[in-house]
Design a protein around this ligand. Structure first.
Ligand code: AP5
Length: 216
């Protein structure tokens, strides 16, 4: 199964993708994570992407589609893909169609997480993660059980994303409205879209996604 998780910054795409990975053995393909890894490794792509990401703007279609193509090539044929944060422009929609055809895969469902923008700013600005294992936390909604200690690996090192400040988040949302939301009608026309209330508690969002996938 190959699915897209679509929604503005902070909608819960990464949270739900991680749950699908553990529940269904699918693979999360997050272009944001791939780009952040490239920035950390200071590869040519990372050097080009860094300033764009810090401003909250979109990296070029060619770069992100090449990253997705390479990941699918490295994946086993039988493993389902969760596209998290990709595609984000109409050009990327066309590029993903071509990539899937090349890898003999088809797109089964597009899950749109519907959310309230002001709430999203609160979600994003409070978010942090374990610097060692990547487990996600939140200042208000999801603190580690023991303060300052990661529940999953015991590390006491945590980090916050550089683009998780209010000004950059507003730019990321504007980019979503201008370039990403307009791709939805093309997927609707193909009968692929299921809308899920992304403001519901995490467990309920997961259950709604499961219901959408049972019929695939
Ligand atoms: P990317 O990393 O994809 O960021 P994003 O789309 O802005 O999304 P986020 O990762 O911020 O949010 P999310 O929806 O995954 O929410 P999360 O689950 O973490 O992209 C970063 C940058 O890379 C872009 O700005 C761009 O520059 C570049 N880029 C990436 N892909 C690109 C592409 N295809 N084309 C061009 N450029 C690209 O949840 C957020 C918080 O809320 C967490 O703390 C979580 O615990 C909490 N939470 C989640 N769900 C719930 C819930 N139901 N209730 C309460 N809290 C919740």
């Amino acid at each position: 199964m190959n699915i897209i998780l679509l929604g503005p910054p902070g909608a819960g795409k990464g949270t739900q993708a991680a749950r699908l990975v553990s529940q269904r053995g699918m693979r999360q393909l997050s272009t944001g994570d791939m780009l952040r890894a490239a920035v950390a490794a200071q590869t040519p792509i990372g050097i080009e992407a860094k300033a764009i990401m810090d401003r909250g703007e979109l990296v070029s279609d060619e770069i992100v589609s090449a990253l997705i193509d390479a990941e699918l090539l490295a994946m086993g044929e039988g493993t389902g893909a969760i596209f998290d944060g990709y595609p984000r422009t109409s050009e990327q929609v066309g590029q993903l169609d071509a990539i899937l055809a090349r890898h003999d895969r088809q797109l089964d469902r597009v899950i749109e997480l519907e959310v309230d923008e002001d709430e999203l700013v609160r979600r994003i600005v409070g978010r942090f993660s374990c610097a060692n294992c990547g487990a996600g936390y939140h200042d208000e909604f999801q603190q580690p059980t023991t303060a300052g200690v990661c529940d999953k690996c015991g590390s006491s090192e945590f980090k916050r994303r550089k683009d998780d400040n209010e000004e950059t988040v507003r730019t990321r949302m504007a980019e979503y409205r201008a370039k990403t939301a307009p791709i939805l009608p093309s997927y609707e026309a193909r009968g692929l879209v299921t809308r899920v209330d992304g403001m519901a508690p995490i467990e309920e969002v997961s259950a709604a996604i499961e219901r959408a996938l049972v019929t695939v």
